[in-house]
Design a protein around this ligand. Structure first.
Ligand SMILES: *Cc1c(COP(=O)(O)O)cnc(C)c1O
Length: 382
């Protein structure tokens, strides 16, 4: 092993997830694979390749850097939609390459128009409207000016989509707020149609909304977390299972994160383990050192909390998570050797460390945990 840990992406699991999602949404709904945040830590370069091989041709990214990576891998075989940041300097590349993008303020709209004219191309724009998240999106009072520009400059501005984003569809406690957002979205859509702008695609749903509020699926769903085999929250999973006769989770985790035992030692009763005094050996213990720490994305919050799998057994992290190492209790593993496999996320024999249990312990959302996994760890598609 050249590196202290490795990540595997399970293409079979991914295909199962995509098959489930497509079946759930039906043929008419475009599935856009959300690959921001380095494809939720999976590695965007390898992930888009795997997704494309599984039949996915629409990708949503946050910024131009991510768009460039996906474009370098798959070129014009795919549609790329930028939902967030575009610097002024990058707009030319975006429009030249027919990359689609959200527009949520007048300045970006003006820049898109100017750039499209210069390039003599048409800008493919998704108008994002503010419906209650209060982050990005045009307010209703701004829409008249937007509509006017689209009408006047129809050679350069094309309304590819009309969209919004929900503020927390993964929790039933936000039901009222989300329902209000949907209502406002629909009213704004009616409004711009009445003014003579007909967007090609309506889209609002992320993973959670697509399950909790099927009416939000419309023409396209922007699916991040679920394609990676994880649920946006336990609430969404429970809600989904309650609608099904067989109570089986249809999603499969795509990522596995593994390392190896670096060294083993015995600690006598009364000794502290690691920095400071956070762990006291109350009995004679055997400890394994694993060359993974917070610099690799293994959260410090997992100090004295995290579990890893060795020889098919759960072993608890003892002491604090260091920058490059953790120590785990292996007192009960008899034939342990240096170099034995350690699973940080994934399964060994019949035992699993799911991302969810991992992040419950560290109080991180699935999302944050995954995106923190260091980019330098090699990923491999299996
Ligand atoms: C991240 C994101 C999504 C995907 O969210 P998931 O919960 O991972 O499905 C969809 N839409 C927008 C605007 C996003 O930023």
């Amino acid at each position: 092993m050249h590196t202290n840990s490795t990540i595997e992406l399970n293409s079979h699991a991914y295909q199962q997830n995509i098959a489930f999602l497509k079946k759930t949404f039906g043929k008419k709904v475009i599935l856009s694979s959300v690959v921001k945040g380095n494809a939720y830590g999976h590695d965007i370069t390898q992930f888009v390749k795997m997704a494309f091989d599984s039949g996915v041709t629409h990708f949503s990214v946050f910024d131009v850097n991510e768009a460039k990576i996906a474009h370098a891998v798959l070129g014009n075989q795919i549609t790329i939609m930028i939902m967030g940041f575009i610097s002024e300097l990058d707009m030319e590349w975006v429009i030249e390459n027919s990359i689609e993008f959200f527009v949520f303020d007048k300045m970006r709209l003006q820049l898109a128009l100017k750039t499209a004219k210069k390039a003599n191309k048409i800008a493919k724009i998704h108008i994002e409207v503010e419906t209650g998240m209060n982050r990005t999106g045009f307010e209703k009072r701004e829409l008249n000016a937007v509509i006017k520009l689209f009408k006047e400059e129809s050679d350069f501005l094309y309304c590819k989509g009309f969209c919004t984003h929900f503020a927390g569809a993964e929790s039933i406690s936000n039901y009222y707020r989300v329902a209000k957002q949907l209502e406002r979205y629909n009213a704004l859509y009616e409004y711009i149609c009445a003014q003579g702008i007909k967007p090609e695609l309506k889209h609002t749903a992320c993973s959670a909304a697509s399950i909790m509020f099927p009416e939000t699926r419309m023409d396209l769903v922007r699916i991040g977390i679920m394609q990676y085999g994880l649920w946006p929250s336990l609430e969404v999973l429970v809600y989904f299972l309650n609608t099904k006769k067989n109570k089986i989770d249809p999603l499969q985790r795509v990522i596995t994160w593994k390392s190896k035992v670096m060294s083993i030692k015995t600690v006598t009763t009364g000794e502290f383990i690691g920095y400071g005094t956070s762990f006291l050996a109350e009995k004679k213990m055997k400890i394994a050192v694993i060359p993974i720490g917070y610099s690799h994305g293994y959260s410090r919050a997992l100090s004295n909390q995290g579990r890893v799998l060795i020889h098919g057994q759960r072993c608890i992290v003892v002491g604090s998570v260091n920058m490059n190492m953790i120590t785990v209790d292996v007192t009960n593993i008899e034939k342990l050797k240096k170099g034995d496999e350690v699973v940080l996320i994934g399964s060994q024999n019949d035992v699993a460390i799911s991302v969810a249990s991992f992040s419950d312990l560290s109080n991180l959302l699935n999302y944050e945990l995954l995106t923190r996994i260091s980019k330098t760890i090699p990923r491999k598609i299996i």
